[in-house]
Design a protein around this ligand. Structure first.
Ligand SMILES: C[S@@+](CC[C@H](N)C(=O)[O-])C[C@H]1O[C@@H](n2cnc3c(N)ncnc32)[C@H](O)[C@@H]1O
Length: 259
């Protein structure tokens, strides 16, 4: 039985995926995110992390590359967890393992405590709005956010809303409607997963293949030559309901094609 998000427990999610180590699949997607952000060469003006859940590691990774980052999720409890970290003092240990890993991806020879504290302080400065949002709505953050962001990052959210692949495509269109033409998009999703584990419950997966991801990104207006999609194998994660991760990126076409 697949659970509904009314049964979601932010703490269960943190405990399942983020409380002990930086899992190998998470290492791969964070490294990918940093590669894409670095390749842009200029700092983004307005970033959005969509479907952040109770996590901070994607915002920590992005904070060096954007002047401002907003975070959004459907569940206020998740945002409350994120807010708690953002308002905490530098001693808060929760995401330090991830911050260290991010610094090592950037080739920082010294991922020592000073550097970790500096990066986390930057994240606390750069993250601005925390918004409750539903990706099933045409304008998930309202009309003022149409074509507003030049960077959107979303990890394991849009494919986790429903087990219907059509819903994935609809939500992808809705979320990316907030991206400016030319803006950069980074998405991580579970590969061929129908349900993933959180605590003792299973939540939905859209069962996506790499072709589904590629086609959906084409369909919502990413410039074909900019789309990159990869599958990262993680056989040890079978216990969580999946054995692979999809990671993809692209830039929105400057001129939208007529559909
Ligand atoms: C698997 S978690 C991903 C959390 C985090 N981004 C990460 O990488 O660990 C899926 C997230 O999708 C959010 N979500 C579920 N339905 C949603 C909806 N309709 N609109 C926006 N977010 C939704 C959940 O609240 C949850 O935080």
């Amino acid at each position: 039985m697949v659970a509904d998000y009314s049964e979601w427990r932010a703490r269960d999610y943190f405990q399942t995926y983020y409380s002990e180590v930086v899992l190998p699949d998470e290492q791969a997607v964070l490294a990918y995110q940093i590669d894409v952000l670095r390749a842009a060469r200029a700092r983004f003006g307005r970033g959005l992390e969509y479907g952040c859940g109770p996590t901070l590691h994607r915002a920590i990774a992005a904070s060096k590359y954007a002047f401002r980052i907003d975070m959004a999720d459907w569940l206020a409890d998740n945002l409350a967890e994120a807010r708690e970290w953002l308002c905490a003092d530098e001693a808060n240990p929760e995401w330090k393992r991830f911050t260290k890993y991010v610094l090592s991806c950037e080739g920082s020879a010294r991922a020592d405590l000073d550097n970790v504290l500096r990066r986390e302080a930057l994240t606390r400065k750069v993250v601005r709005g925390l918004y409750v949002s539903d990706a099933r709505l045409k304008q998930p953050l309202g009309p003022t956010r149409d074509h507003f962001y030049d960077l959107i990052i979303t990890g394991f959210c849009i494919d986790a809303i429903s087990s219907d692949p059509a819903m994935f495509r609809r939500c992808l269109r809705n979320v990316t409607s907030m991206l400016q033409p030319g803006g950069t998009f980074i998405i991580h999703a579970l590969h061929q997963c129908q349900a993933y584990k959180c605590g003792d419950r299973m939540f939905p997966g859209s069962n996506l293949t790499i072709d589904d991801m590629h086609e959906a990104m084409m369909e919502v207006g990413f410039a074909p030559s900019t789309i990159d999609a990869q599958v990262i194998s993680c056989p040890d994660n079978r216990v969580y309901g999946y054995t692979g991760i999809l990671t993809a990126s692209g830039r929105k076409a400057l001129k939208q094609r007529r559909s």
